[in-house]
Design a protein around this ligand. Structure first.
Ligand SMILES: [Zn+2]
Length: 265
């Protein structure tokens, strides 16, 4: 049996992608449990920052941590609010400089439908894997988070910025004409970003998820309503575990929840 506090799965790009869950006794290599019965028991919650056994508010943090710590500032979810490039502090300028003043990319990713997103360059391809994207393309690289954010804001007028999780876990994706969307995206970027555009550098990235069988009508597992669940693991995509009985479990949205994970032999 494995026990611990959930944090998003660690991934390794391979064919297919390899998934690891870190619990208190080390890493579990989840691909090894495909086609096996496992159980998940909810045992409580613990803030990923202060480690107190408190209810989770958002992003794995308790309410007071969420509103105080630099890692949960508004610029995390809304990159256009980044201010470190102006030497202006939000919660902790040293931390914000370290995170914001580094190369970022603006990309298009396809999971259920085409969406625009922004991430630190060091988070590629992790970010795409976490979103369950099976295809993605870098649009451009910029030197800080603010510039990535204003690009994203402009592109949200023509592309979605949300994933439809149900379609993603059911493997229902719209076909995309990548050359056409790449050009459409560059046309919609603000002029401040023109110096960073490299229209001839386009490369379609492909991700292969370890899925034996996709659900047809996915139901999300809610640990509060269902504190004990048992099912046969049929796949992993994005940050979701996919089970044979149509249940799917979003590890990311359960960060900070304490569980027992037990393979049934
Ligand atoms: Zn806390």
């Amino acid at each position: 049996m494995f026990e611990g506090t959930l944090k998003k799965m660690i991934t390794e790009r391979a064919e297919p992608i390899q998934y690891f869950l870190e619990l208190s006794r080390g890493f579990i290599h989840l691909n090894n449990f495909l086609d096996q019965q496992v159980s998940i028991t909810h045992t409580g919650s613990q803030c990923l920052n202060c480690h107190q056994e408190l209810p989770i508010f958002r992003q794995g943090f308790c309410k007071s941590c969420f509103f105080e710590i630099p890692a949960a500032g508004d610029w995390v979810m809304r990159p256009e609010l980044s201010k470190a490039h102006l030497d202006q502090e939000d919660r902790n300028l040293d931390y914000e400089k370290k995170m914001q003043l580094q190369p970022h990319i603006i990309y298009l990713a396809l999971s259920s439908h085409l969406k625009v997103g922004v991430t630190r360059k060091s988070q590629v391809p992790t970010r795409w894997i976490d979103q369950g994207a099976h295809q993605a393309m870098v649009l451009l690289e910029v030197p800080n988070r603010y510039l990535a954010g204003i690009g994203e804001v402009a592109l949200k007028e023509v592309f979605s910025d949300k994933t439809n999780w149900r379609k993603m876990v059911q493997n229902e994706a719209e076909p995309v004409h990548w050359d056409a969307v790449f050009e459409k995206a560059l046309d919609h970027l603000p002029k401040e970003l023109k110096p960073y555009m490299k229209p001839d550098e386009r490369h379609l990235e492909k991700m292969d998820f370890p899925v034996l069988h996709y659900p047809l009508k996915a139901q999300s597992l809610n640990l509060t309503k269902t504190p004990f669940y048992q099912g046969k693991l049929m796949g992993i995509r994005g940050q979701y575990l996919l089970f044979e009985d149509q249940t799917v479990f979003n590890i990311r949205s359960n960060e900070g929840q304490k569980i027992k994970f037990q393979p049934i032999l």
